[in-house]
Design a protein around this ligand. Structure first.
Ligand code: ZN
Ligand code: ZN
Length: 434
């Protein structure tokens, strides 16, 4: 590796990390599984030579090569900086590196990152649960990215430098397939995912634990003035991942929505379902999070360790959003689907390891109430815009814990051990954005 690495001391006193699979993996995970198997890896190897030798130092002031200062004509010389994993055996020890972003295409937007949320999928990438992470290259995760636009390609219409925007789990898509043309670019089979994959030009994709990010305009979401950037950050993956099915399946006044799991995703599902006017039922193990769930807006909180916890809700719920990736033994599909009202939908947005499928399903479970089982994958630009409009209109404020980006280790390990209440958001501190 031909990069100069500046080691940070962030979180070096943290306790050892227990083994096991992290909780709360969102639907953005599946693209990363696919990415670990596809041709993107060979493209990344080809692109390796594009990384510039670094000559920078950590925590220095902005220079003419920073994303906020570099002139429009020198995209090929630009460097971004980031906190990166350079040693897979120490997955949470991130170090400052410099890297060259992809060239700014005519429809691309560049932003200076102000904040980036921390998602369970970041842990999977860093811990290489979905394959070896990007060869010997530093891995820069983070896909709940917000910041200010620093430059735009010549054909970009929707945003201008200085605008506040967000980027989530995707950076680009083919824009030619049926899904893209229908406005479902998040389901494009060739969607370019945010870290640990490759752009169409072969340059490695990097995440938001960085000073800058470049993405196609269709994956850049303007953030309303009323919404604080630090609040919008974790909406870019966790938020839109649960807003998408709530919108898709008609969450509205008069509907009853069940949310299984009160974590990063579940907390957003409760906040949004309530903001959309539904009656909200939060299902959580034990009572530790019951008060929080009520404060988030849950009308009912159900302890799923209680005997027969599902029985009072037979034929009740219009939508169930399952945000957990491991179902307890009492969470049989008969019990879960049985809680749905007629034509209700069970949506699994928590994604378990590949070897852990849903429990068995018999057609009787679906014929009982005409119910359906669904899944969703992050959200489209349309979903993100609708979500942000709701957030602005209803003043939805997420429950987040903010840390400087140099403390990413604390956030990553906190998420890994289930300490997050309810989402970590990292604030840029390599080159702070004015
Ligand atoms: Zn995510
Ligand atoms: Zn497409």
């Amino acid at each position: 590796m031909d990069m100069q690495i500046i080691r940070t001391s962030a979180g070096s006193q943290s306790p050892p990390i227990p083994s096991g699979v992290p909780l709360g993996v969102s639907a953005c995970a599946i693209r990363r599984i696919a990415a670990s198997c596809n041709e993107g890896r060979s493209e990344m190897k080809k692109a390796r030579g594009a990384v510039l030798p670094a000559s920078h130092h950590g925590n220095h002031p902005a220079t003419s090569r920073s994303p906020t200062r570099a002139p429009m004509s020198t995209t090929g010389e630009l460097e971004f900086k980031a906190y990166a994993m350079t040693d897979p055996s120490a997955w949470s020890d991130l170090e400052v590196v410099s890297f060259k972003p992809k060239d700014l295409g005519p429809e691309d937007v560049e932003l200076a990152v102000t904040h980036c949320g921390v998602c369970g999928s970041d842990l999977h990438v860093l811990q290489q649960h979905w394959g070896k992470a990007a060869g010997d290259k530093p891995v820069i995760v983070g896909h709940e990215i917000v910041g200010k636009v620093t430059r735009v390609g010549e054909r970009v219409k929707g945003v201008r430098p200085g605008d506040r925007v967000g980027v989530g789990g995707g950076l680009d898509s083919c824009r030619e397939c049926r899904a893209c043309k229908a406005g479902y670019e998040n389901y494009c089979p060739r969607m370019v995912i945010t870290p640990n994959a490759a752009h169409y030009d072969g340059v490695s994709t990097q995440g938001g634990f960085a000073t800058g990010v470049r993405a196609h305009e269709s994956f850049v979401f303007p953030i309303p003035d009323k919404v604080e950037l630090r609040h919008a950050a974790s909406m870019m993956c966790a938020g839109v991942t649960v807003f998408n099915p709530l919108r898709q399946y008609g969450c509205a006044p008069g509907k009853k929505v069940g949310v299984i799991g009160v974590g990063g995703l579940g907390h957003y599902a409760i906040l949004f379902a309530k903001a959309m006017g539904a009656e909200v039922f939060a299902f959580t193990r034990g009572t530790a999070k019951a008060d929080d769930a009520r404060k988030m807006g849950a009308d009912h909180v159900v302890d799923t360790t209680a005997e027969g916890w599902w029985q009072p809700y037979d034929l009740t719920l219009d939508i169930i959003i399952s945000t957990i990736d491991r179902l307890a033994p009492s969470m049989t599909m008969a019990n879960l689907l049985g809680m749905l009202f007629v034509h209700g939908t069970f949506v699994a947005v928590g994604l378990p390891p590949l070897a852990e499928p849903l429990p068995p399903i018999h057609p009787f479970m679906l014929s009982k109430n005409g119910s359906s089982i669904s899944g969703t994958l992050v959200g489209s630009k349309s979903d993100a815009q609708a979500m942000l409009e709701l957030v602005a209109e209803k003043n939805v404020v997420p429950w987040i814990e903010e840390l400087p980006m140099s403390q990413a280790k604390v956030a990553l390990e906190g998420l890994h051990t289930g300490k997050a209440r309810y989402r970590y958001v990292l604030t840029q501190d390599i080159i702070p954005v004015a």
